[in-house]
Design a protein around this ligand. Structure first.
Ligand SMILES: NC(=O)c1ccc[n+]([C@@H]2O[C@H](COP(=O)([O-])OP(=O)(O)OC[C@H]3O[C@@H](n4cnc5c(N)ncnc54)[C@H](OP(=O)(O)O)[C@@H]3O)[C@@H](O)[C@H]2O)c1
Length: 155
């Protein structure tokens, strides 16, 4: 089972958080506008008070922000928490944006995987939700249960 933090609780981040909770993962959430996180606490998520707290709380952090400048602004608030952490960015952007962010994160000791979501929020968790990944294969393998939408097996 993975512990996963999600930074960004718009329509897509919320759908990802709800699916991960439904699949039995331990989920921590953070959003710039805190009120959007509160319904998820009712569904079992822990609310972090800052991006750094969210990143420190979990083995994997997923970013799902409106665009790359927003993703970078959020990560800049959490620079002290990045070394050695696994980060998956599902924010839409260009390949150049992804390479630039990957380089910025590598310089801070983080491990980076980029993803492109080929689905709309109601499809997340269903068989038709395709997500394309590019970046650290080791990160993907460490969290493949969650990233492939599978449930942890009962102990
Ligand atoms: N929705 C879709 O159908 C879909 C499909 C595929 C891919 N995507 C991609 O998924 C990503 C998220 O989409 P979405 O539909 O969830 O968007 P959304 O509903 O508009 O949510 C945007 C999120 O970005 C946050 N945000 C915006 N500017 C910020 C800033 N400067 N600092 C911190 N947080 C900021 C918002 O926080 P606040 O709540 O505080 O405003 C909110 O959490 C986008 O890159 C989008 O292209 C979406």
């Amino acid at each position: 089972m993975s512990s996963i933090s999600i930074l960004g609780l718009g329509a897509m981040g919320t759908a990802l958080a709800r699916t991960l909770l439904k699949n039995g993962h331990t989920v921590t959430v953070w959003n710039r506008t805190r009120s959007r996180a509160e319904p998820l606490a009712g569904a079992g998520a822990k609310i972090a008070e800052s991006p750094a707290e969210a990143i420190a709380a979990s083995e994997l952090t997923i970013l799902c922000l409106v665009d790359y400048p927003a993703a970078r602004a959020v990560l800049e608030q959490a620079q002290e928490a990045l070394a050695g952490r696994d980060l998956l960015n599902l924010t839409n952007g260009t390949p150049g944006d992804a390479r630039e962010l990957g380089t910025w994160l590598a310089a801070r000791g983080a491990i980076y995987l980029d993803g492109g979501i080929m689905a709309i929020p109601p499809m997340i968790g269903g068989a038709g939700a395709l997500i394309l990944y590019s970046g650290s294969r080791a990160l993907f393998d460490r969290h493949s249960l969650a990233l492939e939408g599978r449930k942890p097996s009962p102990r």
